[in-house]
Design a protein around this ligand. Structure first.
Ligand SMILES: Cc1cc2nc3c(=O)[nH]c(=O)nc-3n(C[C@H](O)[C@H](O)[C@H](O)COP(=O)(O)OP(=O)(O)OC[C@H]3O[C@@H](n4cnc5c(N)ncnc54)[C@H](O)[C@@H]3O)c2cc1C
Length: 439
């Protein structure tokens, strides 16, 4: 496999920071074990605790932060084994999704779905239930068929549907709280091309047809451009057609364009509405065919902070409408598109999609802008509708609220205590999430 390193934010003078630069840490030790023996040595040395695994640092929450030991498993990456008949592959935990996609494509296999980006590590994406969109597709964690996990004593344990099914369902969304994932077996499918269509439409029309669009298209999502009255729809469907040329993508320039319109109209929102309305009416959209993994994910270079909640289908679009009304009445500073997606249900213990499909609504703020409105405005609306937060994105919940949202919360904790009696992997943040005092 091409050796594509996770874009782990560099450690400068002993400081680790995440992609969005809203989380940082000063670990006493930063380790990058070259193999499982070196990893075992590290774990057995109790190398100062808490030991926290880090992937590409693309979570906005302090899941990786530690004053103890930060471990990168990027040396444990690559394709370990493929089963073509079952369309599954065993991959090293530190494998970057983009590198895996490329390598799998060369073997005529592909992920069934992907999120907006593909620079996360496999383990990092699994640990937080990273998802894309599509009524028939679960989050990446739901595609995990088996895991290999190094636990507090340094032993590697395995779990699958046939062997320790509860452990598999706990490890599918683990927050890195159970130990260090070293490998995962993932359900894939034969490599496929997608027909991608992007178009803009008045938001009222999108909301009226959203349910039908999710039913019709393999993958469907929309982005609402605040103050424009319009959304951008993106649909993907499988096709046997060959890839067609694609114009260079300019998402980053478009985002910065929205920012400069915002900056120039802070005191005159009606002028902003007129500018955006015109721009959206002129949006040409896109109609191309391409290789699945190249169309599903895109680079994201404009740094932002994000909150995303996963809501029960019933009422989710009503929450979206309330959110837009409140943002446009109260927050002229908001310019980042609001993203709306759907993900199928699964049965992983801490999956936000556990039990039933959900609609995800994501709000963003430019990295230098205030994001207090996430908590004062958006989160109460999401919570009132029974939403569960994305584990890797900003939220204010702790164990008390989370245990009420997850029927198997205590089961997960019981498994965690059994695997990690000394609390080697338990940081103060994890203790707050899971309901225990820090180790
Ligand atoms: C620009 C951007 C776009 C995004 N788009 C999406 C999207 O479309 N859909 C979506 O759902 N999310 C999205 N996210 C969120 C992102 O997918 C998740 O936060 C994901 O967890 C990041 O993966 P990572 O490799 O960076 O992991 P990190 O953020 O580094 O770590 C995440 C968790 O994984 C744990 N972990 C890492 N390695 C291991 C290991 N070997 N064993 C056990 N635990 C481990 C860490 O301890 C931590 O708890 C996006 C984030 C950004 C910044």
């Amino acid at each position: 496999m091409s050796h594509e390193l996770p874009v782990l934010a560099p450690l400068r003078h002993g400081e680790w920071a995440n992609w969005a630069r809203n989380q940082s840490a000063h670990p006493q030790r930063m380790a990058r074990p070259r193999d499982t023996d070196a990893l075992r040595e590290l774990v057995r040395s109790h190398a100062p605790a808490p030991i926290r695994p880090a992937g590409s640092g693309h979570s906005f929450t302090p899941l990786c932060a530690t004053t103890g030991t930060l471990v990168s498993l990027d040396e444990l990456s690559g394709l370990v084994e493929i089963d073509h008949a079952a369309a599954t592959a065993r991959l090293g935990a530190g494998t970057v999704l983009k590198a895996a996609s490329r390598e799998l494509d060369a073997r005529a296999l592909a992920f069934r779905n992907l999120g907006d980006i593909n620079v996360q590590t496999l383990a990092g994406a699994i640990a937080t239930a990273t998802h894309g969109t599509g009524a028939r597709f679960g989050c990446l964690s739901s595609e995990v068929r088996a895991v290999r996990l190094m636990v507090a004593g340094g032993d590697i344990i395995t779990a699958s549907r046939d062997q320790d099914e509860p452990l598999l369902r706990a490890a599918q969304v683990s927050l890195g709280a159970l130990g260090l994932l070293t490998e995962a077996e993932i359900q894939l499918m034969p490599a496929y091309n997608l027909h991608r269509r992007v178009w803009s439409q008045p938001i009222g029309d999108i909301l009226a047809s959203a349910e039908a669009l999710w039913a019709k298209h393999r993958n469907f999502e929309f982005f609402y451009i605040p103050f424009s009255g319009h959304g951008i729809c993106i649909a993907h469907d499988e096709t046997d057609a060959a890839p067609t040329p694609r114009a260079p993508q300019n998402d980053d320039e478009e985002t910065m364009g929205l920012k400069s319109i915002r900056d120039g109209t802070m005191q005159d929102v009606s002028a902003r509405r007129a500018i955006l309305h015109k721009a959206m009416a002129q949006n040409e959209g896109e109609d191309v065919v391409g290789v699945s993994w190249q169309l599903l994910a895109s680079p994201r270079n404009v740094p932002f902070k994000e909150m995303e909640y996963h809501l029960p289908l019933d009422g989710a679009l009503g929450v979206f409408e309330q959110l837009v009304a409140r943002v446009e009445a109260e927050r002229p500073d908001v310019f980042f598109p609001i993203e709306v997606r759907m993900t199928a249900g699964d049965d992983a213990m801490l999956s936000p999609f556990q039990g039933a499909p959900r609609i995800s609504i994501a709000v963003h703020a430019y990295f230098e802008d205030d994001h207090d409105w996430f908590f004062s405005l958006a989160e109460p609306l999401f919570r009132a509708a029974g939403g569960r937060p994305h584990w890797g994105k900003l939220h204010s919940l702790g164990a008390r609220e989370l245990s009420a949202l997850y029927p198997e919360f205590e089961h997960f904790n019981a498994i965690r205590r059994e695997l990690d009696p000394p609390g080697l992997f338990r940081s103060p943040y994890l203790a707050q999430l899971l309901g225990e005092t820090p180790a």
